[in-house]
Design a binder for this molecule. Structure first.
Ligand code: 3PG
Ligand code: MG
Length: 388
């Protein structure tokens, strides 16, 4: 794999794939607590500016499904990026076509352009070669700095490097270095905490982590599917019925695997009804599990405090609602206080750390959610392979 230092970028048109997939606020803007993916790309952008490159940024936002979705235009992203950089970012309303070519024809060294959401084009997700080739024609060098999207085999990630001299950006390099520390030189006990909603996307990494980690702590809605697979009641909790059978194939009695021993449940997920704490399995028909309970917090705290390395992705409950935030907050505090080398990734998890002002207590904040988990579980990431 080649890196920025291996190239001379002076006066070169450089296509930089970044991961600017950030949540937009109700006002349609990028909040300063949610702009960490933009901040993480600044070192590469600044390096290229220093090298007098002509910078063309490529990014996606959300999942528009190959067509234009007005609310997923990258304008607010460009605006926030301008604020962070203190220099203009020219946002184009398309990523291909005559107009784009025309606008880029006279791009000057030190200028920054941001093309429109790549996922407005079906060719991006389907990795269509003609789409990748047309993008490639816009630049002379390709830099991948989109670690958060490195697990996607999309045109701008795996297609472009086929057509242009390519290298990893500073963020990609930093992520690989930090995460390799855990993958290649794990220090035990290695504790992995996985939360969030969808277990379907995480079953494979859970399987892999059951081999590598000393303890695997599960919380959040994804634990509901495991609780259900164990034959325990979950009431009306969020669950992925379609993968219950697959989850049953996991070693559910593995002593490394910890699911909540108690939970906080309520009939209303927005916090507008009373909630109660109960042992796992005693959720009534109308109730939903919305957080881990205090005994689970204690158990998880004890395990985390003994760790030498910690990996965390995904909240333990509906942390956006104060009533159901205790589990996620407690885990955040425990990870922050632990002397272990910690790696935390995933949008919600980082937002939570930002809210609690704990980001500076974490060994490495990864801009990847799924990408981080896959990398750490030893899976090959298409985006990284494409740069080899
Ligand atoms: C992410 O937010 O995880 C990455 O930007 C990839 O987005 P995706 O999950 O929609 O492919
Ligand atoms: Mg910020």
């Amino acid at each position: 794999m080649r890196f920025l230092r291996d190239f001379n970028f002076k006066d070169k048109r450089v296509l930089v794939r970044v991961d600017f997939n950030v949540p937009l606020g109700d006002d349609g803007r990028v909040d300063e607590k949610e702009d960490w993916r933009l901040e993480a790309a600044l070192p590469t952008i600044r390096y290229l500016l220093g090298q007098k490159a002509k910078i063309i940024l490529l990014a996606h936002l959300g999942r528009p499904g190959g067509k234009i979705v007005e609310s997923l235009r990258l304008n607010p992203v460009a605006q926030r990026l301008e604020e962070l950089l203190g220099q203009p970012v020219v946002k184009l309303d398309d990523c291909l076509g005559g107009q784009v070519k025309e606008r880029l024809k006279n791009i000057q060294a030190g200028e920054i352009f941001l093309l429109e959401n790549l996922r407005f084009q079906a060719g991006e997700k389907n990795n269509q070669s003609d789409f990748a080739q047309q993008l490639a024609k816009l630049g002379e060098v390709y830099v991948n700095d989109a670690f958060g999207a490195a697990h996607r085999g999309h045109a701008s990630i795996v297609g472009l490097p086929q057509y242009l001299p390519s290298c990893a950006g500073l963020l990609l390099e930093k992520e690989i270095k930090a995460l390799s520390k855990i993958l290649l030189q794990p220090v035990h006990p290695l504790v992995v905490i996985i939360g969030g909603v969808k277990i379907s996307t995480k079953i494979k990494v859970i399987k892999n982590f059951l081999k590598q980690a000393d303890d695997l702590l599960l919380g959040g809605a994804l634990a509901n599917t495991v609780i259900r697979a164990k034959g325990l009641a979950i009431g009306k909790s969020v669950v992925e019925e379609e993968v219950v059978d697959e989850v049953k194939k996991l070693e559910l009695t593995d002593t490394k695997l910890h699911i909540p021993v108690d939970v906080v449940a309520s009939i209303n997920a927005q916090g507008q009804a009373p909630s109660r704490i109960m042992p796992v399995g005693q959720t009534e028909e109308k109730e939903m599990i919305l957080d881990i309970g205090p005994d689970t917090i204690q158990l998880f705290n004890r395990i985390i405090s003994q760790a030498k390395m910690v990996v965390w992705n995904g909240p333990m409950g509906v942390f956006e609602v104060a009533k159901f935030a205790s589990g996620s907050r407690a885990v955040a505090q425990a990870v922050a206080q632990s002397p272990a080398f910690s790696v935390v990734g995933g949008g919600d998890t980082i937002t939570l750390l930002e809210q609690l002002n704990l980001t500076n207590k974490i060994g490495h904040i990864s801009t990847g959610g799924g990408a981080m988990l896959k990398f750490l579980a030893g899976e090959k990431l298409p985006g990284l392979e494409a740069l080899e």
